[in-house]
Design a protein around this ligand. Structure first.
Ligand code: DX5
Ligand code: ZN
Length: 219
């Protein structure tokens, strides 16, 4: 099943509860939360207190995307905050198995994320332990960037690998996705679609979400 995971990076943070309610009313299951540390990526976004407040406000699946250097320093905290899916970057650590193990032991879902210049083969040794693979289709750090077409081959190759090996692993894509290019990402085989600016910069957020969901139903 294809799921939309709206990225709140482009939300209006003083009205976050209202914006989360719009997502819930449209039947959204996943909400994508981008955490940036100003080191792994040049931007700083939101952190622990905001996630804590979001957790109290919604039962949607918190699809957290940690763009931080050495994520192993914070795994216990992310778990305690109530993140349901914890995505960490392949490039940010050399403690991959340690992190995966910790997240699984806490009965949370673990995702590994790759930047545009990281080849998909790098994560294959870990993929059988993962609940999700997140392919970045922009350089991580900012919302509103242009979709990188060369991510499509990577998505197709991962879809093929996941299916051929019968893995229970979701395939998520993040960055530059809009209503008029999402079909390419779906065709390549992604099943969790992150959309930030194309939802939150629209006046009528419910209507754009409906358009995505209608498109997903046809796939
Ligand atoms: C970028 C973030 C994305 C971002 C996507 O580093 O990981 O989740 O919010 O935003 P759009 O959809 O505007 O590219
Ligand atoms: Zn993200």
């Amino acid at each position: 099943m294809i799921k939309l995971s709206p990225s709140i990076l482009s939300a209006n943070f003083v009205r976050l509860e209202e914006e989360l309610k719009i997502l819930e009313n449209e039947g959204i299951q996943y909400v994508h939360i981008d955490v940036m540390d100003g080191m792994f990526v040049p931007n700083i976004s939101i952190g622990m207190p905001v996630i804590k407040s979001i957790r109290k406000t919604t039962n949607m699946v918190l699809d957290s995307h940690f763009m931080i250097e050495k994520p192993e320093r914070y795994i216990d905290e992310f778990i305690a905050l109530g993140c349901d899916i914890i995505n960490f970057h392949f490039e940010a650590t050399d403690k991959h198995m340690e992190i995966i193990k910790k997240i699984k032991e806490a009965n949370k879902k673990v995702g590994m994320t790759i930047k545009p210049n990281t080849s998909y083969e790098k994560i294959l040794p870990y993929i059988k332990y993962l609940d999700l693979v997140l392919v970045m289709s922009v350089e991580p750090g900012f919302g509103g960037q242009k979709f990188m077409e060369n991510s499509l081959d990577k998505i197709s190759a991962l879809r093929k690998y996941i299916d051929e090996n019968n893995l229970n692993c979701e395939l998520e894509v993040d960055g530059g996705i809009k209503i008029d290019n999402v079909d390419k990402v779906l065709q390549a085989g992604a099943n969790v679609i992150v959309v930030g600016s194309d939802i939150f910069e629209k006046e009528d957020k419910a209507s754009i979400i409906k358009q995505y969901n209608e498109l997903f139903e046809k796939f």
